[in-house]
Design a protein around this ligand. Structure first.
Ligand code: AMP
Ligand code: MG
Length: 301
């Protein structure tokens, strides 16, 4: 998944075995959902147009499609051709010509995916899947399942900013913060138990050209990086949904994101706008402690 993963499990050395099993499960998921791994069914679906029958992959696609429908296509796992065109799979992302971006958009569109008789098919052969917006959250959920099956009742799992807080930490809720989008610290402390929290930000993968920041989260309608927000955090019980919604909220921008959160049960959010304003969903406001958000070191838009 091209990121770190940290697990904290309070206990003695006997919890190590369980943690190893949870890490193994994460690696299994990484291999399966990595669109760049030639042995994965996702790779064959993308390159050879062979349908996907693996129920685990089909299940995660169904979850992604549900969030696509709810977010008016802000989350769209068919963005692979766009991410590829912009060079974000390699080490030197770059700004493509507008003509190429417009041509590429023809290959993007979640409505051209279909699940028929448990099989995932695509209506256009030139489409390809990218699970980058949802697989980490799914992985966190699966890792937590492994820990629970091993009898663990208290843990924090963090895969590159996608977190799950299981139970309590020595009897008190886990205390977590959100990374400052333009700094190295955190802002906005929250106490959570049996909850997940995922953040999408424009600071994870980006390049700056002529003073403009171009990052890795695309608006599937325009083909360009989504703008308006610089950080979007989703808080909800299910880590897969937290991951999917963090990306969707980021793409939607403040106004539409807050509307979606207001109509989605059990979903809360913390958004940071380009201007540095922090917006917290009303139900969450009373339980969140804020520190000043400094946009130190901000470069570009
Ligand atoms: P996240 O950090 O969870 O927001 O996921 C971002 C990653 O998801 C990117 O690196 C891309 O691989 C992929 N991605 C970018 N834009 C979208 C989008 N609008 N919908 C779904 N996946 C996306
Ligand atoms: Mg995400």
């Amino acid at each position: 998944m091209d990121t770190y993963c940290i697990m904290q499990v309070p206990g003695d050395a006997s919890v190590r075995d369980s943690m190893t099993q949870a890490f193994d499960r994460l690696e299994e998921i990484d291999k399966k959902f990595n669109a760049l791994n030639p042995t994965s069914p996702v790779y064959r679906f993308n390159h050879e147009n062979s349908p996907i029958t693996d129920p685990e992959i089909v299940g995660l696609v169904q979850t992604a499609l549900d969030v696509s429908a709810k977010s008016d296509g802000a989350l769209d796992i068919t963005v692979f051709p766009l991410v590829d065109l912009w060079g974000f799979y390699g080490s030197t992302p770059h700004l493509p010509g507008d003509g190429k971006i417009q041509a590429c958009l023809k290959h993007v569109g979640w409505k051209n995916l279909a699940i028929e008789g448990g099989k995932l098919i695509k209506h256009r052969p030139d489409m390809a899947l990218d699970f980058g917006a949802i697989a980490k959250g799914y992985g966190v959920g699966e890792a937590v399942k492994v820990l629970k099956n091993c009898g663990i009742r208290s843990a924090l799992v963090d895969a590159g900013g996608d977190l799950y807080m299981l139970g309590t930490r020595y009897g008190k809720p886990w205390h977590v913060g959100i990374r400052e989008p333009r700094g190295t610290g955190v802002f906005g402390g929250m106490k959570l138990t049996d909850r997940s929290m995922a953040t999408s930000g424009d600071y994870e993968r980006y390049f700056i050209k002529a003073g403009v920041r171009y990052h890795h989260i695309f608006d599937p309608k325009t083909g360009y990086p989504a703008h308006g927000l610089i950080s979007a955090t989703a808080i909800t019980p299910d880590p897969t949904l937290a991951d999917a919604y963090s990306t969707a909220l980021f793409v939607l921008g403040a106004e539409r994101a807050l509307k979606l959160v207001a109509t989605t049960p059990d979903l809360e959010c913390v958004l940071v706008t380009e201007a540095g304003r922090v917006l917290i969903s009303p139900r969450l406001q009373k339980s969140m402690a804020m520190t000043d958000l400094t946009l130190a070191g901000q470069t570009g838009k």
